[in-house]
Design a binder for this molecule. Structure first.
Ligand code: GUN
Ligand code: ZN
Length: 436
């Protein structure tokens, strides 16, 4: 019989989007709750007083009386080969790619380097309370192999893909439409559905793929409809102008991807900052997802994501939240939420703390169509948890002195002042994978 264990603390889990259901109906909270874990899954959630008596004698219990126990955080767009690109000075997107990113990504031809970075990267996610991420690898299939091997070894639910790029980058980073297709196919067969791994077909963006490669990407998505598709869209004005020049027959940047059948409910588009109404309409109709990457959009100077326009009830676009390291400057979804708040402030919009924590958990799980597995504390869900401490630093503890039991205010302190220092513990498939 597999060993049961439990995590006790202040439990918080979302059941609905606060922007739709209202704050009160969006979540459940237990001031003294218990999550019972067995064989990598959650088997019970509820009041400590009612669950404790039913636990077998000697069940190990990790008790966090003052901390918040939540589902593990989810990052919907991040580049693992950019752990040494993060914090690179002074350029906007296209120059940044050429000067820093494409230089660094060439190092992943060496499987030893790829393996070392994959290990660092997964550690860093867990240290920040992130238990699922949607990950770009490099063009080299070995880089995807290294990432999946690491994630599988750690028993983490991850979505990743080898980048496909057959133009617009240094020779050593290019595949061809046929090679990209064949290598992707082999990786899908090897990794998609193995343990907790999922595959994302990953044409990097229109600037680095020929028509033949986008065609091949569409074919892959049709042949593997339960895989994801990830790419970049409308991040930067020079990028958009170049995309339009390369694809003069398309009516918009979004239409480029649309023509090859790349829009859909499992398609994630990073950035989506500069889109017109017709493009938003197509994203909405196809139920595609726009990934909001605030630290990256600020750092690379790309622009301010328009959440209210995305949420227009006449044609709502599904939105997720993401770090986009290494254009993004933090692995922390808390820091990411803080920057999302500031971006929206500059647009005279808001992001209440409950909405932000919904996005980091159930909202992002829904964006990935994984809400029956992750993103909530519920029986049958994967035992991926984060334990967050709103008093982790002197400044936070001092600020918390004025928060008298108001959960939304505590969450706002966590997202505004918190980072990896607020992550007391991270559990992955029921195992403590990080403890502060
Ligand atoms: N567009 C194409 N590739 C990239 C990348 O690596 N980072 C960002 N931020 N945008 C991109
Ligand atoms: Zn990106």
């Amino acid at each position: 019989m597999t060993q049961r264990s439990a995590v006790r603390g202040r439990l918080l889990t979302f059941t609905a989007d606060p922007a739709e259901a209202g704050a009160a109906a969006s979540h459940r909270y237990w001031g003294d709750g218990i999550v019972v874990l067995e064989a990598g899954s959650i088997v019970a959630v509820g009041d400590a007083a009612s669950i404790l008596p039913s636990l077998p004698e000697g069940t190990p219990i990790d008790h966090y009386p003052d901390q918040l126990v939540m589902p593990g955080l989810i990052d919907t767009h991040i580049h693992y080969p950019q752990t040494q690109v993060i914090g690179s000075y002074g350029e906007q997107l296209l120059e940044w790619l050429q000067k820093y990113t494409f230089v660094e990504e060439q190092k992943f031809a060496d499987p030893a380097h790829a393996g070392r970075v994959a290990g660092f990267f997964v550690d860093e996610l867990f240290r920040n309370g992130t238990t699922t991420a949607v990950v770009y690898c490099t063009v080299r299939p070995e880089s995807a192999e290294a990432f999946f091997a690491e994630s599988h070894k750690r028993n983490a639910r991850m979505i990743a893909g080898k980048v496909m790029m057959d133009r617009g980058a240094p020779e050593r980073l290019l595949d061809t439409a046929q090679h990209g297709y064949d290598e992707t196919k082999a990786l899908v067969e090897r990794w998609h559905g193995r343990g907790r791994q999922h595959y994302a077909i990953t044409p990097r963006f229109a600037l680095t793929s020929t028509e033949a490669q986008l065609e091949a990407s569409g074919a892959l998505l049709r042949e593997h409809p339960d895989c994801y598709l990830q790419t970049h869209l409308a991040e930067n004005h020079d990028e958009i102008a170049t995309a339009r020049r390369l694809y003069p027959q398309a009516s918009s940047y979004t239409d480029i991807y649309d023509r090859y059948g790349l829009l859909g409910p499992r398609s994630l588009f990073g950035h989506c900052i500069h889109l017109d109404e017709a493009e938003l309409e197509r994203l909405s109709v196809t139920r595609s997802i726009a990934a909001f990457c605030p630290t990256s959009n600020l750092f690379i100077g790309s622009g301010l994501f328009d959440l209210a326009t995305m949420r227009d009830p006449r044609r709502p676009v599904r939105v997720s939240l993401a770090t986009d390291v290494g254009g993004g400057t933090s692995y922390s979804m808390l820091r990411t939420a803080a920057e999302a708040y500031k971006v929206l402030q500059l647009r005279r919009q808001n992001l209440p703390a409950l909405d932000a924590f919904y996005l980091m958990t159930l909202g992002n799980a829904r964006a990935l169509s994984l809400e029956d597995r992750i993103g909530a504390l519920a029986p049958g869900h994967d035992a991926d948890l984060v334990v967050l401490d709103a008093r982790a630093t002197p400044s936070m503890a001092h600020r918390m002195e004025t928060v008298a039991g108001d959960l939304a205010e505590e969450l706002f302190v966590l997202m505004t002042l918190g980072d990896d220092r607020s992550v007391r513990a991270t559990y992955v498939a029921g195992v403590k994978a990080h403890a502060a």
